[in-house]
Ligand binder design. Sequence first.
Ligand code: NDP
Length: 360
Amino acid sequence: MTDPLAGFFAPWGVFAGILVLHLVLPARRVTGYARDERSGDVLRYRLNGPRVFLFTVGLWFAAGTSGVMPWDWLWQHRWSGAVGALTLGLVVSAAVVVTAPATGKGLLRDLYLGRRVNPQPFGGHADAKMFLYLAGALLLELNLLSFAAHHLLTWPDDPSPGIVLYVVLFTWFVCDYLVFERVHLYTYDFVAERLGFKLVWGCLCWYPYFYGVGLWSVADLPNPQTPGWLLVLAAALFFAGWTLSRGSNLQKFAFKRNPERAFLGLRPRTLGDGERRLLVSGFWGLSRHVNYLGEILMATGLALALGWPWMLGPWLYPLYYVALLLPRERDDDRRCAAKYGPLWEEYRERVRWRIVPWVY
Ligand code: NDP
C-alpha cells in the first residue's frame, strides 16, 4: 500500500477502531432529553467517552514508543488523511440520508440537514450522534498530538512552549466534552438536528481536521519566542471562556433535571407561564447565549497560545465559531420564540443581550 493510500484510509481505520472500543468497553446507561420520534419515549444512551479516550490515546502512545508508527505519522499523512475523512464523510452522509424516508422538503435540503433524528443502531447499543461526536473528538486529539510531535521532532533544541500550551488546552477541551457527555444530550444537536451532511460530515471530517487548523499552520515553524504574558493571557482567555460555556451548560442541565435545585449554591430565578419555565439567573441572566461567547473566547485563547498573532491560520478557528454561532443563535431564538411564545418575548425583554452582555 502506498503512503497516500495509507493516509487516505487512516481515518476510516481510526473510526472503525473507535466504534469497536465504544461498543465493547463498559458504559454507563443514562436517560437523555430528546424523545424517540415514533414512540415519544425519552431516549436512553450508553456513554463511555473517557474510557474510549484513554484506550485510543494509550494505543497511540504504545505505537509511538514501540516504533510501530512514527510519532508524527498523522502529520505526515495529514493531506491524504483529510481527503480520506472528507470522502468517508460524504459517503456516510449520503448513505444515512438516502436510506431514510424523505421529509418532503426537497432532496438537497435532506442531504444537507438530514432525515433521521436520533438513530440508535446495534440494537440501541450505540447512538449515531454520540458516536459521531466521540469519533470526531478522538481523531482531533490524535491529530493534535501528532502535529505537536512533528514540531518537537523538527525543533528539538528550541520547541515552542506555545504549542505545548495549545495542545494542553485543546486536550482539556476534548476531555471536558467527554467527561460531560451527558450534559450534551440536552443541547440543540440532539433536540433539533437531523443526521445529514452538516452533522455527519461535520463530525467525521471538519471536526478532526479543521479544528486543529491553527497547529496545522504553525507546527512546521520555529519557536516564535512568545512572551510569557501572552501565554498567560491566552490561558486566561481560554479558561474564562470555559467557565462561561461549561458553567452555563451545567446550570441549564441542572435546571432541566430539577427546576428547584440550587446551582453553585444559588436558587434558580425563573420566568414562567404556569406550564413552562425559563432561567433568568446566573449565566442565563447575563445574555441569552453566553455559552456561545465562552466558545469564542476559548477559541481565541487557543489561537493566541500558538504565538503567531499576525498569521491568518490560527485565527480561522475563532472566526469559524463566529460564523457558526451567530446564525445558530438566531435559529435557536426563532425556535424558542415558536416553542415558548409570549414567555420568550418576556425573556428577551428581561435578558436583553443575545451573546455578549452589554455589547450584542
Ligand atoms: P444551548 O445550550 O444554548 O441550548 C439552547 C436551548 O436551551 C434552547 O433551544 C432551549 O431549549 C433552552 N434554553 C434557552 N434558554 C433557556 C433558558 N433561559 N432557560 C432554560 N432553557 C433555555 O445551545 P446549543 O445546544 O447550541 O449549544 C450547546 C453547547 O454546545 C454550547 O455550550 C455551545 O457553545 C456548544 N457548541 C459547541 C460547538 C463546538 O463545535 N465546540 C458547536 C456548537 C455549540 P428547550 O426547548 O429545551 O428549552
